[in-house]
Design a protein around this ligand. Structure first.
Ligand code: DOR
Ligand code: ZN
Length: 348
């Protein structure tokens, strides 16, 4: 029996597009299924000022294949020298939709991130004033904290004190990977939301490590134990307006992942919507897919829901995805969920 579901065209509230040849190679995969995306600023060098965000946006639009539409929602990388006036001007012009906080050293290209939070207090206060959200990579980076505990420790020692120091600051906890993160969001009614990735709804840490190390399942924050994955699935499929999709699709050339020091990141732009339909159906919550991928995000960011639609159709035969995407920066391995998927996005 064929089953289908039609939802407003989704948006991706956390996406890495990179630059140059990699950008050119991956952008169509996002533009095919998503109307808009929050674009991560962790380029080398990072996108820290409004003028840099404007030219990055131009490069993204230039890389977009003819005939495709896609709206990049730009972010700035918060550093200890970020100028509140530049942030305000870039926000008021409509260019910038969020600032991104990487604790220094937390992940790919995060060296310019924040170490001393006192130094960013003025910019955070300005953001609260103008209603600009802070997107947070929520992991502490101190060597004495176990990598599997870094999110929970961050919430307690960094995020909660930061939110108390800057009342009214709107925060998105990105790629939440723990029950602690879900519980923290649930306990806060105002000014707090979270994105969830597709891959964290599918893999736990055993998938990365049991039976041989799987570099293509390695991302940051690293997937945690099963009880956390189940909490994430419950949150994503609940319909709760505070949870929405941010794929964190993060392309790296395959050889840099299959490496003695492999990069963090899963590439999911191309198959996310099929995988999500599978997950939501498994949880018997298909009706909530549109809240998670199309409605809750725009509501948080004060943007309209997309007027166009996407139809997903469930067929009898498994859908096949390419195992890798060819780019001028090398092939990128596509996230393999490890099970058959029958939901396919109907191409217009
Ligand atoms: O796995 C990840 N990859 N997590 C991040 O936070 C950054 C991203 C990347 O840029 O590769
Ligand atoms: Zn990311």
């Amino acid at each position: 029996m064929t089953q289908s579901i039609t939802i407003p065209t989704p948006d991706d509230w956390h996406l890495h597009l990179r630059d140059g040849a990699m950008l050119e190679g991956v952008i169509a995969d996002s533009a095919r299924h998503f109307a808009r995306a929050i674009i991560m600023p962790n380029l080398v060098p990072p996108v820290v000022r409004g003028d840099q965000a404007a030219s990055y946006r131009d490069r993204i639009l230039k890389a977009l294949p003819v005939g495709m539409t896609f709206e990049p929602l730009m972010t700035l990388y918060l550093t200890e020298t970020t100028d509140p006036d530049d942030v305000e001007a870039a926000t008021k012009s409509g260019l910038v939709k969020a600032l991104k906080l990487y604790p220094a050293g937390a992940t790919t290209n995060s060296d310019s991130g924040v170490t001393d939070f006192v130094k960013v207090q003025p910019v955070l206060e300005r953001m609260a004033e103008i209603g600009l959200p802070l997107c947070v990579h929520g992991e502490v980076t101190t060597a004495d904290v176990d990598i599997f505990d870094r999110e929970a420790v961050f919430i307690e020692t960094v995020l909660d004190p930061l939110r108390k120091r800057v009342p009214g600051l709107r925060v998105v906890m990105e790629h939440v990977t723990t029950k602690d993160g879900v519980d923290y969001v649930r306990a806060n009614e105002k000014d707090l939301a979270a994105t969830l990735t597709t891959h964290h709804l599918i893999i736990n840490r055993n998938h990365i490590l049991v039976g041989g190390i799987k570099p293509h399942y390695y991302c940051l924050p690293v997937a945690k134990r099963e009880l956390h994955r189940l909490a994430l699935r419950e949150a994503a499929t609940s319909g709760d307006a505070r949870f929405f999709l941010g794929t964190d699709s993060a392309p790296h050339p395959t050889d840099l992942k299959e490496n003695a020091c492999g990069c963090a990141g899963c590439y999911t732009s191309i198959n996310t919507m099929s995988l999500l339909a599978h997950v939501f159906e498994e949880e018997d919550k298909l009706d909530n897919l549109e809240k998670f991928s199309s409605q809750n995000g725009p509501a948080f960011y004060g943007l309209p829901v997309n007027e166009t639609t996407m139809t997903l159709v469930k067929g009898d035969a498994p859908v096949t995805f390419p195992s890798e995407v060819k780019t001028g920066a090398g092939p990128v391995t596509v996230f393999d969920p490890g099970f058959d998927v029958f939901w396919k996005v109907e191409e217009n």
